[in-house]
Design a protein around this ligand. Structure first.
Ligand code: SF4
Ligand code: WCC
Ligand code: FE2
Length: 638
């Protein structure tokens, strides 16, 4: 096993891992050490698409070079890559669909949710070309929800959310290539079908199918979810909150909310507040909700809820010995949490019919009876408080303050304090003058195989030092927040010119400064940086591919990160990944994704203007991103 110092740079995580090992509790970090890496799988050359196989291609030419059906290594790798992207896109599309259904039920009065941001509702409705004259908000909300659901059912044309949100130049490229999605379900189904044995065997065609999955993810997943969640729960505004394991409280009932879709977690927060007196009756001071993964991000952005852990250390929240319940919905929920919970008094509560864990409690959640489910969950946690084992309690001390809540709307609002008429102008000015060298989104996960936070934090610091404006989402945002990059202390890592810009905008808003990294939300909120880019590109009359902007995903584990990355590449934004995307077994596929302008054949760079950059060393990764930023600046003559 690795030394605890080699597992994470977060001291709280180190302490809890040490405790877990002492108490004989198995966690993902240690399982990662025990898992041997398979050379076939990690290069993408193993095919399990049919029962003739599994077939695997020998990497050095010694051994079979084709599967039993005759598929060569390029077909196999491209098909596996497409399968990953399909999985990622399906997760986010399912998220979007559930939010759309909830909005519909809220509008029809069958689910107990309000429409918190009526301004955004009207804006989205108008942009969807819905006639809003003389209509009640609920009527408009219903029409918006139905338009969203069309993106899972229409059989002709292009997805409504693509039309609503895509930059016209990007869309023109996709239309020309024939990769623009019609509806999410149709495309996902087609994608599963084409990757089966005996179907699509052309690596280029398969990779183009992957681009469609990136767009399904980006529009039916990211944009649709963010838009409708903002309508239902409010568009985030700047908030201050606390990060790290120290947010757990010994004298309170602690409930971790984990997963992705805010419908459940918003209700748990609401009912935790309402049932506070019941918590006091069992001797606790109150109820403390803490976030894990993207549910943490959603609640942080809108409610200022504290964030305990990113993906890779989720089991360690339980090891603190003070967690009464961990409530989960979908995605990034490790099955391993149940075995850990069995070593303590914690209840794992699953909530969706299609996400269950053996041994866990199950309280089924449907939007219609959200209040009842949330109450039952909170009461179950209250009932657990007295079952703690005092000998097993250990909460790491440290918490870190972070400013978050930077929705695109909030960023524009802050900029409007400098230039009311033309809010984007100060930002564009800073970019063209070179005070801001470029913009980078640091996104994605943490991965138990990797040393937690080091990749995310190192890439961010390298970019900040070089005056790149950094925004963040997902679990990468957890890493950056915990290491002081979302509070004023982090200004020390910024280049002088970037720092002046952050202070200038912050002071106009009555703050000492903007934080060095702007937290834009959860993984589905990668729509927010995309919206900001679209607005800047429109303002400048340029395609997004020309802008000096990049994405980086240093510690990903999730196929969802690959489909989000593909969405950005389809706009011509270079995306760095620090973990193998499992395509290196095919020179053809690698060249399509990562090749440069002088490569032979079709490459993402030639077609879209952006490519995939795979580099495990975060300093080198950042360096490559800076080079790309500089070459885009040079092409613009700035
Ligand atoms: Fe083997 Fe072809 Fe079946 Fe894949 S699809 S398992 S390569 S026979
Ligand atoms: Ni989004 Fe990655 Fe976290 Fe899961 S919660 S681990 S996909 S970044
Ligand atoms: Fe996520």
């Amino acid at each position: 096993l690795r030394d605890i110092q080699d597992v994470s740079i977060d001291q709280g995580v180190q302490e809890l891992l040490e405790k877990a090992r002492r108490e004989g509790v198995d966690t993902a970090f240690d399982r990662a050490d025990q898992m041997s890496t398979c050379g076939f799988g990690s290069t993408g050359v193993c095919c399990r698409h049919c029962l003739e196989g599994p077939c695997r291609i020998a990497p050095n030419g010694k051994g079979p070079q084709r599967g039993i059906c005759g598929a060569d290594v390029h077909t196999i790798v491209a098909r596996n890559f497409l399968s990953h992207l399909t999985e990622g896109a399906a997760g986010h599309a399912e998220h979007g669909r559930e939010v759309a259904l909830t909005l519909l039920e809220a509008a029809e009065g069958t689910a107990p949710y309000e429409i918190k941001d009526q301004g955004k509702l009207l804006k989205v409705a108008q942009d969807l070309k819905i006639d809003i004259t003389n209509k009640e908000p609920k009527e408009i909300a219903k029409e918006v929800a139905l338009k969203a659901l069309e993106d899972f059912s229409k059989q002709k044309g292009i997805m409504n959310w693509v039309e609503l949100r895509a930059h016209k130049d990007s869309l023109a490229t996709w239309n020309e290539l024939g990769v623009t999605p019609v509806n999410a379900h149709l495309e996902i189904s087609k994608s599963v079908a084409r990757s089966a044995m005996g179907c699509d065997a052309d690596p280029l065609n398969l990779v183009l199918g992957g681009i469609t999955m990136g767009l399904v993810d980006g529009y039916a997943g990211l944009h649709l979810s963010t838009d409708l969640q903002d309508i239902l729960f409010g568009t985030p505004k700047a908030v201050k909150a606390q990060y790290a394991m120290g947010v757990l409280k010994e004298d309170m009932i602690n409930i971790a909310v984990h997963g992705h879709v805010p419908m459940l977690s918003e209700k748990v927060v609401e009912w935790a507040r309402k049932l506070n007196s019941e918590a006091k009756e069992v001797g606790a001071k109150g109820i403390n909700i803490v976030g894990v993964c993207c549910t943490g991000n959603e609640l942080l952005m809108r409610q200022g809820v504290s964030v305990a852990s990113s993906f890779s250390s989720q089991e360690l929240v339980i090891v603190s010995g003070v967690l009464e319940a961990m409530v989960v919905d979908i995605q990034c929920v490790m099955p391993g949490i149940q075995a850990v919970a069995e070593c303590y008094h914690t209840d794992i509560i699953t909530t969706l019919p299609y996400v269950k864990i053996p041994g866990a409690s199950h309280i089924e959640f449907h939007p219609e009876d959200a209040d009842e489910a949330a109450q039952a969950i909170v009461r179950k946690a209250i009932g657990n408080f007295t079952k703690r084992d005092p000998a097993k309690i250990a909460i790491p001390q440290e918490t870190v303050e972070a400013y978050a809540g930077f929705s695109t709307e909030q960023v524009v609002e802050a900029l409007a304090l400098i230039n009311q008429e033309d809010p984007l102008q100060p930002l564009i000015e800073a970019i063209t003058s070179g005070k801001i060298r470029g913009v980078a989104a640091i996104v994605g996960c943490t991965n138990p195989k990797e040393k937690q936070d080091i990749g995310n934090v190192t890439v961010a610091k390298e970019l900040l030092k070089n005056n790149v404006l950094v925004v963040a989402t997902g679990c990468a945002a957890h890493s950056l927040a915990k290491h002081n990059l979302m509070n004023p202390q982090g200004l020390a890592y910024c280049g002088e010119e970037l720092r002046q810009v952050l202070e200038g905008i912050g002071q106009a808003a009555g703050l000492p400064s903007l934080p060095p990294v702007l937290h834009m939300g959860s993984c589905v909120d990668n729509s927010r940086p995309a919206d900001l880019l679209t607005a800047i590109a429109n303002k400048l009359g340029l395609p997004i591919r020309s802008l000096p902007v990049v994405g980086s995903c240093p510690e990903t584990h999730s196929p969802k990160a690959l489909s989000i990355g593909t969405f950005f590449i389809a706009h011509g934004v270079d995306v760095h990944v620090g973990v193998s995307p499992q395509v290196s077994g095919s020179s053809v596929v690698t060249e399509m994704l990562c090749g440069d302008k002088v490569s032979e054949g079709v490459t993402a760079e030639k077609v879209f203007g952006g490519k995939l950059i795979y580099e495990t060393d975060p300093v080198k990764g950042a360096q490559l991103l800076l080079e790309r930023i500089d070459s885009k600046r040079a092409a613009l003559g700035i």
